[in-house]
Ligand binder design. Structure first.
Ligand code: G4P
Length: 533
C-alpha cells in the first residue's frame, strides 16, 4: 500500500462519541474499542453505586473494568482503516473541554437512549457539532429495553435537530420482543439473541436472507410481516441516505443496537468506515495570508487541542495532544510552535493502542499524538516544520461561575500561583488576576470543575485550598482600538483583571453592571469568548 500522506490520511477515521449522561456512551465506547480490537475483555467486576461523576468516561471504564484506557484518544487498525476515537468528558460541566476535543474530530456518533430520544445534553452537544460542521452518525441504543416507536424517534431527530434521519437498518420490536434488525440496503436480517436461561451471552447469529427459509427460526410470520411493513413505511417516509448530505451536515444515517449486548456495533463501525469522512483541508494563515492545509501536503502540521497532566503517575509530565493536519510525521522530527517560535524535537511521541502507550514512529493527518513536555505546549498552539503556519485559535468561553481561591497554609501562596497557572494552561480552569489586590479568581463553566480542581490541587500539588464567593459574577474579554481599551482599563481599575495570556478582562459584579457598562462604552467589545492569538 502506498505510504503517501494523502493515501494514509484517506484511511483515517477520527471521531468522537457524544451523548446525554446515561444514554450509554461509556458502554458503547467500550464495545467499539472491543470490536476494533483496541482492548481485550477484562473480567473485573463493575463497581456499583460508586461515585459516577468522573472526569472522563474512560476513567470510568478503567476503574470499573480494570483496563487501562485513560487516554484522550485510542487508535485501532480495523478493516484496513485506522480509527482514532477521541474521548469527550462525560459531564456537562466539561462542555468547554468537549468543544475543544470536537475541534479534533472529523465525525461524531450521537448516542440516543431508545426510550428517551433527544435529551437536553444531546441537544447542546449537537449544537457544538453543528457549529464545527461535524457530520453526525446516530446510534439508537438500548433496543433490548422497551423503546419508543422508532418512527417517533426519527421524527424527533428531524424536528429537534433539523436533520434528515436516514435509517440504514430497521428494528424488529424492542425490549423483551426485540428480535433483531433488517438491513434496509440489502434485505439481510440480523437476528438478536437473548441471553440464555442461565444468563449467558453467547453472541448473535450472523446475517440471514430476510426472504429465505431461515427467517422462520427467528421471526414468526406476523413479526416478519410487521417488520416488512414498517420498513416499507419508513423508506417511503424518509429520504434515502445521501452521503453528500451527511457530509454537509443535513442528514444523519441512523443505526440501532444494544451497546450492552454488543449488538449493532460491527454495523456501526462498518458505517463509520464507509461513510465518515477522512481528514479534510483546514483553514490556516501562513505569512499573514489565508491558506488551506490539505492532508496530503508534505509539510507536517497540527494543532494542540488538549493538554493533560499526570496521565501516568510514574511520569509527571504533561502530555499535549496534537491533531495532525498534514504530512508524514516521523519520530525525532523537529516542529516549531507558531506563536512562541520555540522549536521542539519530538523524540517520544505517544500513540495509544491496545491499552498501551506506544512510541509513534510515524503518523499522518487525522492521527493524534501525545507529546510529553514541561509546559511548552498549550491548548490552541499550532505546530509545523516551518513554524509559520497558524490554525484558527481554539476559543475560551467566559466562565459562568467565578470563585476566589485561597490556600489554607499562607506560606504556600507562591505554590498556588504556579499550580493554578498549570491548570489554566491545561484548560481545566480559567485564571484571572485582578489588577488591584493579590486574589486568584478562577472561573469555570460548571460547579463540578471546582471539585476536580480541588482534587488535583490536593493530589498533584499538595495544596489544601478553599473556594470562596468572588466579588464578581461575570468576566468578559475586552476588544476594540488599543487606545480605547487602555483608556477604559485605566478608568475601571477596580474591575479589571488579566487572564493567563495577560489580556484585559473586565470583571463585573452583576449582569446588570455588565449591561450598564457595555451601553456606556459602545466602542469596547465585551466578548464572551476569545481566540488565543
Ligand atoms: P453514559 O456513559 O452515557 O453515562 O452511559 P453508560 O454507558 O454508563 O450507561 C448507563 C447505563 O445504561 C448503565 O447501567 C449501562 O449498563 C446501561 N446501558 C448502556 N447501554 C445499554 C444497552 O444497550 N442496553 C441496556 N439494557 N442497558 C444499557 P447502570 O445500571 O446505570 O450502570 P451499571 O450498574 O450497569 O454500571
Amino acid at each position: 500500500m502506498s505510504n503517501s500522506p494523502a493515501a494514509e490520511a484517506a484511511r483515517r477515521r477520527t471521531f468522537a462519541i457524544i451523548s446525554h449522561p446515561d444514554a450509554g456512551k461509556t458502554t458503547l465506547t467500550e464495545n467499539v474499542l472491543l470490536a476494533g480490537g483496541a482492548i481485550r475483555a477484562a473480567g473485573a467486576v463493575r463497581a456499583r453505586g460508586e461515585n459516577r461523576r468522573t472526569r472522563s468516561d474512560w476513567m470510568k471504564i478503567e476503574r470499573e473494568r480494570g483496563i487501562s484506557v485513560s487516554a484522550s484518544v485510542m487508535t485501532f487498525d480495523h478493516a484496513g482503516l485506522m480509527f482514532n476515537l477521541l474521548d469527550t468528558p462525560g459531564h456537562e460541566d466539561f462542555s468547554e473541554d468537549t468543544y475543544r476535543t470536537l475541534t479534533a474530530a472529523d465525525a461524531a456518533v450521537m448516542v440516543l437512549d431508545a426510550a428517551k430520544g433527544i435529551e437536553p445534553q444531546t441537544l447542546k452537544l449537537f449544537e457544538v457539532c453543528r457549529l464545527r460542521d461535524i457530520p453526525i452518525v446516530t446510534f439508537i441504543n438500548k433496543m433490548d429495553r422497551e423503546a419508543q416507536d422508532p418512527i417517533e424517534l426519527l421524527d424527533e431527530i428531524a424536528s429537534k435537530l433539523a436533520l434528515d434521519p436516514a435509517p440504514l437498518y430497521w428494528p424488529a420490536g424492542s425490549g423483551g420482543r426485540f428480535k433483531g434488525m433488517l438491513d434496509l440496503r440489502n434485505d439481510k436480517f440480523l437476528p438478536f439473541a437473548k441471553k440464555t436461561n442461565d444468563n449467558k451471552d453467547e453472541g448473535h447469529p450472523g446475517a440471514i436472507a430476510f426472504h429465505g427459509a431461515a427467517i422462520n427460526s427467528y421471526l414468526d410470520p406476523d413479526e416478519q410481516a410487521e417488520l416488512e411493513e414498517g420498513a416499507m413505511l419508513i423508506q417511503e417516509a424518509s429520504k434515502p441516505f445521501d452521503p453528500k448530505a451527511f457530509l454537509e451536515g443535513h442528514m444523519t444515517p441512523v443505526f440501532f443496537g444494544s451497546a450492552l449486548r454488543h449488538f449493532g456495533i460491527d454495523q456501526l463501525l462498518e458505517g463509520l468506515g464507509a461513510y465518515a469522512p477522512p481528514p479534510k483541508a483546514v483553514a490556516a494563515i501562513k505569512g499573514g495570508e489565508p491558506t488551506h492545509v490539505a492532508p496530503g501536503d508534505p509539510e507536517v502540521t497540527g494543532f494542540v487541542f488538549k493538554v493533560q497532566a499526570n496521565m501516568d503517575p510514574n511520569h509527571r509530565d504533561r502530555i499535549a495532544f496534537l491533531r495532525l493536519t498534514s504530512g508524514k510525521f516521523q519520530r525525532g522530527m523537529k516542529l516549531k510552535v507558531q506563536n512562541t517560535g520555540r522549536q521542539l524535537s519530538v523524540n517520544a511521541p505517544i500513540m495509544f493502542f491496545a491499552s498501551d502507550r506506544e512510541l509513534a514512529e510515524e503518523a499522518f493527518a487525522g492521527d493524534v499524538i501525545g507529546i510529553p513536555n514541561h509546559g511548552v505546549l498549550r491548548v490552541g498552539d499550532s505546530l509545523s516544520e516551518s513554524g509559520t503556519l497558524r490554525f484558527a485559535g481554539l476559543p475560551n468561553f467566559a466562565p459562568e461561575i467565578l470563585q476566589r481561591v485561597r490556600v489554607k497554609d499562607p506560606l504556600k501562596a507562591k505554590h498556588l500561583k504556579k499550580a493554578l497557572e498549570g491548570l489554566a494552561e491545561e484548560g481545566v480552569t480559567q485564571l484571572f488576576r485582578p489588577v488591584i489586590g493579590a486574589d486568584f479568581i478562577v472561573g469555570a463553566v460548571g460547579p463540578l470543575q471546582f471539585e476536580v480542581m480541588a482534587d488535583r490541587l490536593a493530589n498533584e500539588y499538595q495544596l489544601d485550598v478553599l473556594f470562596e464567593q468572588a466579588p464578581y459574577s461575570e468576566a468578559r474579554w475586552l476588544t476594540g482600538e488599543k487606545a480605547d481599551v487602555e483608556d477604559f482599563a485605566s478608568k475601571h481599575k477596580s474591575a479589571m483583571g488579566t487572564d493567563i495570556d495577560d489580556q484585559h478582562v473586565f470583571l463585573a459584579k452583576s449582569s446588570w453592571e455588565m449591561g450598564y457598562v457595555a451601553e456606556r462604552f459602545p466602542k469596547i467589545g465585551f466578548e464572551r469568548s476569545k481566540e488565543r492569538a
